[in-house]
Write a protein of this length. Structure first.
Length: 149
């Protein structure tokens, strides 16, 4: 008699994240929001803009506001370096914003079930971090772009 083996196919949901660094910490941004990653060009200051806005840039004829994530996330200010980048994100079909980060490290794939909720002591409805994942010993805080602007 032939034996019949039945295997249960489990489809694991996973996403790719652009991993970037701020002050030696690693953060992940869902790659579906990322339009491009550029070196830091000249940023035009805008008077009376919120403190975490660095200004605007001209990106291929479009004026894009730029947010300094160090300032937004209450890190100490630091000079831009040769590793600093601006991640151009698409919030909606016609709305872009640039995010200044210290460095862009890599793109990783993280299964959804490996992203843990942050501690309830640290998370609130306004938190920019939606979860935390361990990627080969490096903790990656998953960034919630929708709450940024």
């Amino acid at each position: 008699m032939q034996e019949l083996a039945i295997y249960k196919d489990e489809v694991k949901s996973e996403k790719q994240y652009v991993v970037f660094g701020i002050d030696k910490e690693s953060f992940g941004l869902d790659v579906s929001y990322v339009n491009s990653i550029i070196q830091v060009p000249h940023i035009t200051f805008i008077p009376q803009a919120p403190e975490h806005y660095s200004g605007v840039i001209d990106l291929r004829g479009a004026i894009v506001p730029v947010i300094n994530l160090r300032s937004k996330m209450s890190y100490e200010d630091a000079e831009l370096t040769h590793s600093s980048r601006i991640i151009i994100t698409d919030l909606e079909s016609d709305k872009q914003v640039g995010l200044i980060v210290d460095e862009v490290k890599e793109v990783v794939t993280i299964p959804d079930d490996e992203i843990m909720e942050p501690s309830p002591f640290l998370k609130d409805d306004e938190s920019l971090i939606s979860g935390v994942s361990n990627n080969d010993g490096d903790l990656i805080s998953v960034f919630n772009l929708e709450l940024l602007v």
